[in-house]
Ligand binder design. Structure first.
Ligand SMILES: [Fe+2]
Length: 260
């Protein structure tokens, strides 16, 4: 993949997304959420570029990583239009929708076989809880790269939302309660160094705690360093209740990070 391909893919993405905004059948609230996903895409693109450079990838590998970031959530727009939710379990997997679109629009044909295979597996497995163990080394590498770059920006999306720094609503279609309660299951997952399933999330506090469990799934040190540099963990604790249990998990997470 070369810079010309990336230029073409960026133009395709820009024009593809633009069509949704001029679609009179889509209401304004959905369009706001489409803007969220568009902005998210460009920031995941920036994150993946930063990580690729930190990992000293070759130019063609960096270009492939850019294409993966650019297209990873392209299925979100159709998902929002048809199902009015971000929840895959209430609709269908947005990565599968995205891959279908890339195929139908002839985008996958523009890549060589090796690149296509890597891009497909990275996108396909970017939103599953665990990456399949039987992936080959290259597929696994790019999948991890995307998952890290994606997670880093999702931290930002939620923190901005809770701190009222954005007009977007990432909880759209999730029916989260604003009560001060939180799930004991997510707390025990944090203490067991385990990523918690989305099914455990019922309240705003739950989503904040779920984000904390993602720290166990961050693969590259460069990703963890970026999360720490941007103070996302500290910001999440700021917007969680203040009690003994939170102090305990804060200590646990900080210890995990320092030992990693
Ligand atoms: Fe996604």
């Amino acid at each position: 993949m070369n810079p010309k391909d990336i230029k073409f893919f960026r133009k395709f993405f820009r024009e593809y997304v633009k069509k949704f905004y001029s679609d009179a059948e889509i209401d304004a609230q959905i369009k706001i959420n489409m803007k969220l996903k568009q902005a998210h895409t460009y920031l995941v693109y920036r994150n993946i570029l930063f990580l690729s450079k930190s990992l000293n990838l070759k130019e063609e590998e960096i270009n492939l990583a850019k294409a993966i970031a650019l297209f990873h959530d392209i299925g979100r727009f159709e998902q929002l239009k048809h199902y009015k939710t971000f929840l895959d379990r209430k609709s269908e997997s947005h990565s599968e929708i995205g891959l279908k679109i890339l195929d139908e629009k002839g985008i996958l044909d523009k890549m060589d076989d090796g690149e296509r295979e890597i891009l497909i597996s990275a996108i396909k497995f970017h939103n599953v809880r665990e990456v399949p163990k039987n992936l080959n080394e290259k597929d696994l590498f790019f999948c991890r790269l995307l998952r890290d770059a994606d997670k880093i920006d999702i931290f930002r999306v939620w923190i901005d939302y809770f701190e009222h720094k954005s007009g977007y609503d990432p909880s759209y279609g999730m029916d989260l309660s604003v009560s001060n309660e939180y799930s004991v299951h997510i707390i025990s997952d944090i203490l067991a160094n385990k990523i918690s399933p989305l099914e455990n999330v019922k309240t705003h506090n739950d989503i904040k705690l779920l984000l904390l469990t993602w720290i166990y799934d961050v693969y590259f040190d460069a990703s963890l360093n970026l999360i720490l540099k941007r103070k996302y963990i500290r910001e999440i604790f700021k917007i969680l209740p203040k009690n003994k249990e939170m102090k305990k998990i804060c200590k646990h997470i900080n210890f995990y990070i320092s030992e990693r």
